[in-house]
Unconditional design. Structure first.
Length: 309
């Protein structure tokens, strides 16, 4: 068995997440208790309100704290990956798992990132939409045609048949209309607070670049595959450079999954609320076995299955 960890991104958070894990595992408690943020992270995760939890600047540190806590429990139980990746903010959780950041650092950094992303498009009408069953080249033409109304770009290449677009609200709406005309099965508006992974996030990229000058990046204990490449570090790449690019360019999740398989990964453990990434894996590399951990029950079941394998 060759195991990889895959960390969930924004959008799957919900009130109550992590409460049973906090009660069950001291390693999980230690991560959440050690989070240095300017709000009550545990109260927000466990009790809400949902509206606040769904705001980018709060979602991101809550999700990374959850992921780092689960990782700590898995490590305590002897479950370690050979490589890792994450969707958007999940990349920080993957880097934390690989030892580049401590949990405290990762939570602090995504709290900063979330605020920078919210500030980048403050009071600017924006949107994102999932486009189903249209190829990338055709969708790119739709975005290009809609760009006369503002930014319309491909933001996430999730899996075969699912691509997310983002940008200015009017341009994304027009690109979605053109996508339906071009043969897309469905265009689904997403409930997000900004046009993530588009050029409209350039101010957030600049803020992160400045912030990273004060951050110590430790060596990775295993490879991490990066969103903006869909693969591991290459010649000339740096972790801070790729994280700056990541916030303002497309997430190549389909390529990430394919490259994990090319590196010999046959088992993926998804960490975070929901099972969206496991769905992407199944649509991309059907031979990979997937497990998902959201609850204490999930964790125990996954550990038993992985140790049995």
């Amino acid at each position: 068995m060759k195991l990889a960890f895959l960390y969930a991104g924004q959008g799957t958070q919900h009130v109550g997440m992590g409460k049973d894990l906090y009660e069950a595992y001291s390693a999980f408690r230690a991560v959440l208790d050690g989070a240095r943020v300017d709000f009550d992270l545990k109260k927000l995760c466990f009790e809400g309100p949902e509206e606040q939890l769904s705001q980018t600047q709060y979602t991101q540190p809550c999700m990374v704290a959850f992921a780092a806590g689960v990782t700590a429990v898995l490590y305590e139980k002897g479950i370690r990956p050979t490589m890792a990746a994450g969707l958007s903010l999940g990349e920080y959780s993957a880097l934390c798992a690989a030892g580049v950041f401590t949990p405290e650092q990762a939570i602090e950094l995504v709290a900063f990132r979330g605020k920078a992303m919210a500030d980048a498009v403050h009071d600017r009408p924006s949107a994102m939409a999932a486009v189903l069953m249209l190829d990338r080249e055709s969708l790119q033409k739709c975005c290009d045609a809609a760009s006369q109304l503002g930014v319309a770009e491909i933001a996430n290449l999730n899996c075969p048949g699912q691509i997310v677009i983002g940008g200015a609200a009017a341009a994304v709406e027009e690109a979605g209309r053109l996508a339906k005309e071009a043969g897309a099965k469905r265009v689904l508006p997403l409930k997000v607070s900004g046009p993530f992974h588009t050029s409209l996030m350039a101010p957030a990229g600049a803020a992160l670049e400045e912030r990273f000058r004060t951050v110590e990046f430790s060596h990775m204990s295993f490879p991490v595959l990066f969103n903006c490449k869909g693969d591991v570090l290459g010649e000339g790449d740096t972790i801070p450079g790729l994280l700056v690019r990541q916030v303002q360019s497309s997430v190549h999740m389909e390529d990430t999954i394919r490259n994990m398989a090319a590196h010999g990964v046959d088992t993926i453990l998804e960490i975070g609320p929901g099972k969206a990434l496991s769905g992407f894996v199944k649509k991309t590399e059907k031979s990979i076995t997937t497990y998902a951990v959201e609850t204490a029950e999930d964790l125990e079941a996954a550990v038993a299955a992985l140790k049995g394998a």
